[in-house]
Ligand binder design. Structure first.
Ligand code: GDP
Ligand code: IMO
Ligand code: MG
Length: 424
């Protein structure tokens, strides 16, 4: 079991950064295979908290090879900013590899992300405004710039001219400022020069690691409910965080991907717009939001909070072939007054246990709950499954029963050491 995918099994922010860092301690390579700096992965160890956006969560260990693979969209300026921040926090020796085929997020993508959102008015997605959607759209429209292009001045000039011909026209039509070729060209060639030593063919390198039977972690960003194919479209991101993206996003054939770990919270959160059947707006939401510090890592927005939705979780497990679960932020539920788990929905009077394809149907889904017994004991120092309060164990067993997937890890605090391995 050398190659494991870590995938968000809800609407993002499940604690993928924490689990990647935890499992990276026994890994050789950590790979980000999709998304960009819309992600915010928080890692806490030795009393220090780090927030990563596009840099993989294995960066803290000099022995780990960290790969930003071809499926990513990369803002080179922001990535350099992240590296500078890491330097200032004492992380100065690391191994980083950036795919020459990864797409570049350009400044016009950020401008267009904001403009598209404004045009949608009340139907805005609530994107992170990092240019993710427009950058992926250009990739598929074949006018994208790739990281390797920045190393080749003549080729880059050609690519940028072609892209600007389209983008500047679009910007003009939207009444936005256009971009000057010369200054963009010089600026982005500069990023290429600075990042040159990291940029390479990461698919070649990763397949060599597979041959050596290296332990590889694939670090997903976002979550399956935000998947462009299987999420709550159109209120999704522009890539697929599901395990199926790993082969395409890295260049490693599917037969070499061994296993998938689904990371989920003990409850649900969502940041940004879109239907959220189990959303709470009561004192209970406040209780969870404050105990879980549920504020976005990237945008600082308060996260919407709700009871655990096992219809959505089972959907993620099905789509992503999740073998086992890591249940995160379990400590947050201690002391809660009323606890429920959503078992299925009712849509127009009919019981359903799947996610409808349209938002208009999904918005009409009424959650149906099973009541769960509460517990008051704090569990943040709990080191083993056996020591958890009986009602807490009942809660975990109920999740396994409803979702049909075994729980492998339970997280009882943000720190690396606050992690319970259930089988131990
Ligand atoms: P990611 O995007 O999936 O990596 O998750 P984020 O880092 O955006 O959000 C998860 C938040 O929960 C972070 O602030 C983590 O430090 C924190 N966290 C992770 N696991 C636990 C846990 O078990 N308990 C508590 N209280 N916080 C946790
Ligand atoms: P991590 O990796 C939570 C959400 C945005 C918005 C939608 C589209 O930290 O779990 P985008 O900027 O991607 O076009 O926004 O997706 N979103 C996330 N929500 N966690 C994330 O990443 C997210 N990345 C994007 O809030 O609703
Ligand atoms: Mg996050």
């Amino acid at each position: 079991m050398s190659r494991l995918t870590i995938v968000g099994a809800q609407w993002g922010d499940e604690g993928k950064g924490k689990m990647t860092d935890y499992l990276a301690q026994n890994s050789d390579v950590v790979v980000r295979y999709q998304g960009g700096n819309n992600a915010g992965h928080t890692i806490t160890f030795n009393g220090q908290k780090y927030a990563l956006q596009s840099i993989p969560s294995g960066i803290f260990s000099p022995k780990i090879k960290n790969v930003m693979a071809n499926g990513m969209v990369i803002n080179p300026k922001a990535a350099l900013g992240e590296l500078e921040k890491l330097h200032s926090m004492g992380i100065t020796y690391y191994q980083l590899f950036i795919s020459d085929r990864a797409s570049v997020i350009m400044p016009y993508h950020l401008a267009l992300d904001g403009a598209y959102e404004s045009l949608k008015g009340g139907n805005m997605i609530g994107t992170t405004k990092k240019g993710i959607g427009p950058a992926y759209a250009d990739k598929y429209n074949r006018i994208g710039i790739r990281m390797g292009d920045l190393l080749n001045p003549d080729y880059f000039a050609e690519r940028l001219k072609d892209a600007l011909a389209v983008k500047n026209m679009e910007l003009k039509m939207l009444g936005l400022d256009t971009f000057d070729f010369e200054s963009l060209y010089e600026e982005y060639l500069g990023y290429g020069r600075t990042l040159k030593s990291y940029i390479c063919d990461t698919a070649l390198m990763l397949n060599e690691e597979v041959k050596k039977d290296s332990k590889i972690l694939f670090e997903g960003a976002q979550g399956v409910m935000l998947c462009i194919e299987h999420g709550t479209y159109p209120f999704v991101t522009s890539s697929s965080p599901a395990t199926v993206s790993v082969p395409l996003g890295t260049g490693i054939p599917p037969k070499y991907i061994d296993r998938s770990l689904g990371v989920c919270k003990a409850y649900n959160t969502r940041v940004g717009a879109g239907a959220f059947p189990t959303e709470l707006e009561s004192d209970l939401a406040h209780y969870i939001r404050e105990r879980g510090r549920e504020y976005g890592t990237v945008t600082g927005r308060p996260r919407r909070v709700g009871y655990l939705d096992t219809v959505a979780l089972a959907h993620a497990c099905r789509i992503s072939g999740i073998d086992t679960l890591a249940v995160m932020l379990f400590d947050v539920l201690s002391g809660i007054k009323e606890l429920k788990i959503c078992t299925h929905y009712v849509l127009d009077g009919k019981k359903i246990d799947y996610i409808p394809s349209t938002i208009s149907d999904y918005e009409r889904c009424e959650p149906v709950y099973v009541d769960m017994p509460v517990w008051n004991e704090e569990i943040t120092t709990c080191k083993s499954y056996d020591k958890l309060p009986e009602n807490a164990k009942k809660y975990l067993k109920k999740i396994e029963e409803l979702v049909g997937t075994p729980i492998e890890y339970v997280s009882v605090g943000p720190d690396r050491v606050q992690t319970i391995e259930v089988k131990k």
